[in-house]
Design a protein around this ligand. Structure first.
Ligand SMILES: C[S@@+](CC[C@H](N)C(=O)[O-])C[C@H]1O[C@@H](n2cnc3c(N)ncnc32)[C@H](O)[C@@H]1O
Length: 230
């Protein structure tokens, strides 16, 4: 039979993909939850609820979830074994967990660009392997040990590399990097003169990555999967 292929829209969010299931979105940050609720409204997602809470200690209904998913959220746990054990208790026996977390800092072009500010901003060990925060789970052996100690099995780690859009050009991307997340934290610790110098240096560092109307940087992450034993 000939005819035009039907173009089916694949839902972007886990809740959209869950079909008849339900999803709970949990985050510490009220502004991030507001963005999530807005995305759900825009994508006409009716099966998701959102709660503000700390995944390390949040009282999830025990064994109530088939799968736990996180995109760049689980690297910030103060006590990762206790936190992942808490998440594991929320999964049904045989339930799965999947998350992405920062891999080697050296393979992330956005971090390399920020590293050019080392003489201007008080970076400390920011981005160093194993340092707390964004790269705390950059070592797959450590991640595997943490997840085993938290009671997970079938732990697998796969590298994911992608080109991401960071702005419409070097100025825009520098503003994004310095006015949010770690960049904002670092600039808040110095005066206006150093902030201006950091902005100019970062813009110059990013300039070679510009393409017409966009600025793209390569990032690398680990996709980690594990299951709660049956
Ligand atoms: C890098 S952002 C990623 C946000 C979002 N998942 C995304 O991909 O756009 C990290 C997020 O993890 C959240 N977070 C960090 N520690 C958390 C915790 N213990 N419990 C819940 N959320 C946490 C932060 O509030 C922040 O929204």
């Amino acid at each position: 039979m000939r005819g035009r292929a039907r173009c089916r829209q694949v839902p972007r969010s886990p809740a959209g993909r869950a079909g008849s299931g339900r999803a709970l979105g949990l985050d510490l940050s009220a502004p991030m939850l507001a963005r999530a609720r807005e995305s759900a409204r825009r994508e006409d997602i009716g099966n998701a609820t959102f709660e503000q809470g700390d995944a390390q200690v949040h009282t999830f209904a025990p064994g109530a979830f088939d799968v736990a998913i996180s995109r760049f959220g689980v690297m910030f746990f103060a006590d990762p074994v206790a936190a992942f054990a808490n998440i594991g208790r929320a999964l049904r026996p045989g339930g799965r967990m999947a998350f992405v977390c920062g891999a080697e800092a050296g393979r992330n072009e956005w971090l390399q660009a920020i590293a050019a500010l080392r003489d201007i901003l008080p970076m400390g060990d920011f981005g160093a392997p194993g340092s707390p925060g964004m790269f705390s789970l950059a070592d797959p052996d450590r991640t595997s040990a943490v997840l085993s100690a938290a009671g997970f099995e079938h732990i697998d780690t796969a590298r994911v590399e992608a080109l991401g859009t960071w702005g419409q050009g070097a100025d825009d991307a520098a503003a994004f990097l310095l006015d949010s997340g770690p960049g904002r934290h670092l600039t808040s610790r110095v005066g206006q003169e150093l902030q201006d110098r950091a902005r100019r240096t970062l813009t110059d560092t990013l300039r070679p990555h510009e393409q017409p109307g966009t600025l793209r940087l390569r990032s690398t992450a680990w996709l980690v999967t594990a299951t709660r034993p049956e």
